[in-house]
Write a protein that binds this ligand. Structure first.
Ligand SMILES: [Zn+2]
Length: 186
């Protein structure tokens, strides 16, 4: 996985909740809708999710939503070390239920991290959780920010050199904000 992508996986999960015409939309509300998101981010792994098994997929989706809550909690409490401790407890507890084992192998001078666990469906959960851990390892907490646009609740990791990024997406929110300011000035 390339480096920048590993920092956006978890924000992409958090951003499955967003505002559309002022109303909150949740792309993970049902498994049908979650499938579209999963198709975009884990096309290779989608077949392993036994989506015709309603009990399994409902349970799995619940764990994905719980991870989203945890990611959101981390993102919104990064400036508050006291509640961050509580969030980390919750995160660790969630991770314990993954029952995954990770180890490193050497293959033709290349090192690979091998993850084994109960099923590949759990690896999806782990990869998202891991992307949050990687972000926290590489960037100071204040680089995790919520978009400054009034009608946007999305989060992003500011990986820019200067660290002055303000919007989740320059092409959408950044532009909308600039146009709004320009209109307000006239
Ligand atoms: Zn935005």
């Amino acid at each position: 996985m390339d480096r920048d992508k590993s920092f956006t996986l978890w924000t992409d999960l958090v951003n499955t909740r967003y505002l559309h015409n002022g109303h909150e939309v949740d792309d993970l509300q049902t498994m049908d809708r979650a499938q579209e998101w999963l198709q975009r981010h884990f096309p290779d792994m989608l077949p392993v999710l036994a989506t015709d098994d309603a009990v399994f997929s409902e349970h799995w989706l619940g764990r994905l939503r719980e991870l989203r809550d945890i990611c959101l909690d981390v993102a919104s409490t990064v400036h508050d070390p006291v509640s961050l401790g509580t969030v980390l407890d919750r995160w660790n507890q969630w991770m314990q239920n993954l029952h995954l084992t990770a180890y490193i192998i050497k293959d033709h001078d290349q090192l690979h991290e091998i993850i084994t666990g109960v099923g590949r469906s759990e690896q999806i959960l782990w990869r998202i959780s891991h992307s949050l851990a990687e972000t926290l390892r590489h960037y100071p907490l204040e680089r995790i920010r919520q978009c400054e646009h009034d009608e946007c609740i999305r989060y992003f990791v500011d990986t820019s050199r200067g660290g002055h990024r303000r919007w989740c997406d320059m092409a959408t929110c950044g532009n909308r904000q600039k146009v709004a300011r320009y209109r307000a000035k006239r």
